[in-house]
Design a protein around this ligand. Structure first.
Ligand code: CAA
Ligand code: NAI
Length: 697
């Protein structure tokens, strides 16, 4: 089938877009659409036009890959103007997802009939650091009202067909064949004058006073960064003063300003990086996946319950096993409470909550895993215990079952080696809270089979996680980098940057939460136990002094009302002079002269320690790509997507400069700043992580 095809059904021309996989509005599709509309308008036998897509997509919008080059005519706004200007009634048969430019095309049509199972209608451009650039900010407010449109455009949220109909975006929801119903709708419009959204006047009186001021005040820490949200609000506000044609012209200028920003480039990089992470080299897309219908989870503690909720949400039946009735009951209660809370907040319906909970089988008998296709162990972090468990699971699990450990620090090869089927063993490293955090590190041990990796990747997607491959090493990818960064934070503490200075600098820069505030949230006892087991020496022991003393003071973080900060009843953090005094005393004992560290230095040292460790990880093959590392940081560590990730940041600084700065820190601080050979090499060649990744494709 051609990229655009017209089929005549009597007096109605049905124009079909066919540009797999998502009907992105590439140059080819735009050209095809323009031609098809010109022909249909010129054909005297055609009295009405229906525009539709193929498969699950009406159109997912502009082709994002084209943003990197100069756009070619016909531009999308021209094509949409052409559609809207048709003298014959034009009906969009919204057969599936219509996003961004795709929804803008539908808004250019005179009417919209949507299939009842359409779930994704929206203008998500903000998530890519841009704004709708083909009239969306001008037509959507005219279709559904300024306030509702402003909300959809500044959040990028999707609505479904029913909500679209309630809002006035969809004229008819089709129960049956959407094209047939749109053709019938079109026939009823023949001879009537077209109804163009662009010609509609905005009812200014219906716009709440102060709407735009309020919206501007609410975007201070927007996930898309500082520019696109502001641009989106400015563009929607134009509808109050300009007609559609002029508003759309101005919108295009604002669109260009947002698109040229580093934030937009970072967000688009994040979008493609996340998708690239699912491609595992050497494991073809045609790999036969193992069938996973039932899941067994061992341990109903913090992680076991979170993982169980994630799988129940993904539609899998789960058997959860504990050692005692008490621990089992506690875990099951936590799972039930989470579903009830989600239902109360309107995130799921009561029926969904009941349905999901009904798929849970609690048990005290590990033999019940005999039928499970996937077993995930989430017991205490103890190698002897994990080995004993894996030896047992090896006897219980059916042939071909996938057996995973959620360990965060232990050697997965060593665990796999106690079984007779190491090819079926891997790490599935979830992040806490496991039902919420999107990242899933899929740890490939030496003998893990390709189909096991591919199956794990597919399961990650089904349970709403972003799966990223990691190799076996201490901390895998994410936590190994975090250890380097955490060490630098402690060094800066001792040098005179107080917790609020460090967290403040990084939060102002864009991190969701500074590293010390995160430690307080996670609980300081976790790291304390690991440090005590490791018997640290040298610099590492120095950096442990402040956090160890804080724990020994009984301050375990938010859960005890105090850690690096004090917390009030609402868990709002407050600076604690006692901690400042402790840090000063420890620095004095270590004979470290304190100074005030500028925010820029705090940010630079944090980012470069992350990127330097990331480069070592990349060189060792523990991570497949620099973009995988960034994907982990954006989805598991609160790194702002509009800043791209630590590797992107190093690229953005320029690796030559990054190398110079790292060497300067090495000269000042010694071995912990030893430059990664890969950064040195790429800097000398004028290379970048992005170029290195591109070579691997
Ligand atoms: N342009 C180019 N490629 C796109 C694309 C787009 N708009 N949307 C998706 N793709 C590609 C993906 O990169 C992926 O490619 P690979 O298979 O090679 O990795 C493939 O299509 C399938 O995508 P997903 O894996 O994401 O599929 P999904 O079914 O999970 O999700 C989706 C589908 C909801 C449409 C999701 O891809 C998505 O959110 N896409 C972006 C939508 C968007 O932001 N549209 C606005 C574009 S900007 C715009 O339109 C500006 C304007 O006003 C002119
Ligand atoms: P937890 O202490 O909250 O839960 C462990 C549970 O395992 C307890 O309920 C215990 O009763 C149960 N258990 C112990 N032995 C068992 C056995 N033989 N059979 C069945 N159940 C048994 O611990 P948490 O935090 O859930 O950690 C579990 C694993 O997840 C550890 O390996 C940890 O390193 C890892 N992890 C923890 C993260 C976190 O933030 N807490 C993050 C990522 C991984």
């Amino acid at each position: 089938m051609a990229i655009v095809e017209t089929e005549k059904q009597g007096e109605v021309a049905v124009i079909r877009m066919n540009n797999p996989p998502v009907n992105a509005l590439s140059h080819g599709l735009r050209t095809g659409l323009e031609k098809a509309f010109n022909e249909a308008n010129a054909d005297a036998g055609v009295k009405a036009i229906v525009l539709t897509g193929t498969g699950k997509f009406f159109s997912a919008g502009a082709d994002i890959t084209e943003f990197r080059a100069e756009m070619k005519e016909p531009y999308l706004p021209q094509v949409i103007d052409r559609i809207e200007a048709s003298e014959k009634p034009v009906i969009a048969a919204v057969n599936g997802t219509a996003l961004g430019g795709g929804l803008e095309v539908a808004l250019g049509c005179h009417y919209r009939v949507a299939a009842k199972d359409v779930r994704q209608l929206g203008l998500p451009e903000i998530k890519l650091g841009i704004i709708p650039g083909a009239g969306g900010t001008q037509r959507l407010p005219r279709a559904i009202g300024v306030e509702k449109a402003l909300e959809l455009i500044t959040t990028g949220a999707f609505i479904d067909a029913a909500k679209g109909a309630a809002a006035g975006l969809i004229d008819k929801v089709a129960d049956g064949d959407v094209v047939a119903e749109a053709v019938a709708f079109a026939r009823a419009q023949i001879g009537k004058p077209p109804r163009r959204i662009g010609e509609k006047k905005i009812d200014k009186a219906a716009v709440a006073a102060g709407l735009f001021e309020k919206a501007r005040a609410a975007i201070a820490r927007h996930p898309s960064g500082p520019l696109a949200p502001k641009c989106a609000i400015d563009a929607v506000e134009l509808t109050l003063s300009l007609p559609t044609a002029e508003g759309t012209k101005r919108e295009r200028e604002i669109f260009r300003e947002a698109a040229a920003s580093p934030y937009a480039r970072a967000l688009q990089y994040a979008f493609f990086s996340e998708r690239q992470a699912a491609n595992l080299p050497g494991i073809g897309a045609d790999t036969k996946l193992r069938e996973v219908k039932t899941v067994g989870i061992l341990g109903a503690g913090t992680m076991g319950t979170g993982i169980t909720i994630a799988f129940l949400n993904g539609g899998y039946p789960v058997t959860i096993v504990e050692t005692t009735q008490e621990a089992l009951d506690k875990g099951v209660t936590r799972i039930r409470d989470t579903f009830s809370a989600n239902a109360k907040r309107g995130r799921i319906t009561e029926a969904q909550a009941a349905d999901r909970f009904a798929k849970l089988t609690p048990s005290l008998n590990v033999e019940d895993f005999g039928k499970a296709d996937l077993i995930i162990e989430a017991v205490f972090e103890n190698m002897a215990l994990k080995k004993e468990i894996f030896a047992k699971l090896d006897k219980i699990a059916k042939p071909g079952a996938i057996i995973a450990t959620n360990t965060s620090t232990l050697d997965v090869d060593e665990i796999a080696a106690v079984t007779k089927r190491p090819q079926d063993v891997l790490g599935l490293h979830f992040f806490s809270p496991a039902n919420i955090m999107r990242l899933l590190e899929i740890v490939r041990a030496k003998k893990t089979a390709g189909d096991v990796m591919a199956t794990a990747m597919a399961i990650a997607k089904r349970i709403g996680k972003v799966g990223v491959q990691a190799g076996v090493c201490d901390g895998f990818v994410g936590n190994r980098m975090l250890a380097a960064y955490g060490g630098e934070v402690q060094a800066m503490n001792l040098e005179g940057a107080m917790p609020q200075d460090i967290d403040g600098a990084l939060e102002t820069w864009g991190m969701a939460m500074g590293p010390l505030a995160v430690s307080d949230l996670a609980g300081l006892d976790v790291g304390y136990r690991i440090r005590k087991e490791r018997k640290l020496t040298g610099e590492a022991a120095q950096f442990a002094r402040v956090p160890d003393k804080i724990v020994e003071m009984g301050r375990l973080g938010q859960k005890t009302g105090a850690g690096y900060y004090k917390y009030d009843a609402n868990r709002k953090r407050q600076v604690d002079p006692e901690i400042e005094a402790l840090i000063r005393a420890e620095a004095e004992a270590l004979q470290i002269r304190q100074r005030s560290i500028p925010a820029e230095e705090i940010v630079e040292r944090s980012l470069l320690r992350l990127a330097n460790e990331g480069a070592k990880i990349l060189e060792e093959g523990i991570a497949l790509r620099a973009s995988d590392i960034d994907t982990m940081y954006l989805n598991g560590y609160g790194f702002p997507a509009w800043r791209g990730g630590p590797m992107w940041q190093a690229d953005h600084m320029g690796l030559k400069k990054a190398a110079e700065r790292i060497k300067a820190y090495e000269a000042r601080y010694g071995a912990r700043w030893k430059i990664a050979p890969l950064i040195e090499k790429l800097a000398a060649e004028g290379g970048s992580f992005a170029a290195l990744d591109a070579k691997k494709k």
